[in-house]
Ligand binder design. Structure first.
Ligand code: HEM
Length: 184
């Protein structure tokens, strides 16, 4: 392995950390709204929190397209040789699962919003053009789908963070550093 392939590119690192902050922030706000606020008692506050949730979450859809393009057009560091083939396979499957969630969670969120007759706004700047209109039948499917997928994504992220910490503090290898450092 040469020096160049020890670390992710600066752009890949930037995309990773910005998307992590947005996704976890959106997750916490959605969780707070979905489980601690109700329209009966919190009225417009709940509406504002959901609007915030949507506005910060939708950029993930644009960023994941750039990220997938970047992933397949740039080299990535190899996993440590000390990892068994099974662990390497599990790591790749976990990463694939995370990419899937980064697409599926915001897309089901938009479908959930549109099918309930609401917009999918981006950073309070513009709205994503509606791909579906008011549709209670679709809403009955995508609403639970968004919630279950967001919970599954939360579990995957916890596993991902724990694995990164184990690499850093127990195995003391280069895995976490590959996402935080550069050669220079
Ligand atoms: C980036 C990704 C996103 C994450 C991680 C995420 C996560 C969540 C979570 C954890 C919940 C609460 C689930 C529960 O009730 O237990 C939720 C609810 C919700 N999400 Fe998302 N979401 C994302 C994107 C979106 C997008 C793009 C939209 C719409 C444009 C959206 C619309 C909603 C709505 C309407 C709710 C229901 C909130 C409530 O009833 O109070 N989400 N989301």
């Amino acid at each position: 392995m040469n020096n160049q392939s020890q670390y992710y590119t600066r752009t890949a690192q930037w995309l990773h950390w910005v998307m992590a902050i947005i996704f976890i922030g959106a997750w916490l706000i959605g969780f707070f709204s979905g489980n601690f606020l109700s329209y009966e008692t919190d009225g417009s506050f709940k509406g504002n929190v959901i609007t915030l949730h949507k506005n910060i979450a939708t950029p993930i859809i644009f960023l994941i397209v750039i990220r997938i393009f970047w992933r397949y057009t740039h080299p990535t560091p190899e996993l440590p040789a000390t990892m068994s083939p099974l662990m390497k396979k599990l790591a790749h499957l976990g990463h694939l699962g995370l990419y899937f969630m980064l697409l599926a969670v915001p897309i089901t969120g938009c479908l959930y919003s549109w099918s309930a007759g609401h917009p999918a706004p981006v950073l309070y700047l513009f709205e994503i053009p509606r791909l579906v209109q008011d549709n209670p039948d679709l809403n009955a499917i995508v609403k639970p789908l968004h919630i279950y997928l967001s919970w599954a994504a939360g579990l995957l992220i916890v596993g991902h963070v724990l694995a990164a910490l184990k690499h850093h503090f127990v195995d003391k290898d280069n895995v976490l550093k590959s996402m935080t450092r550069q050669n220079d």
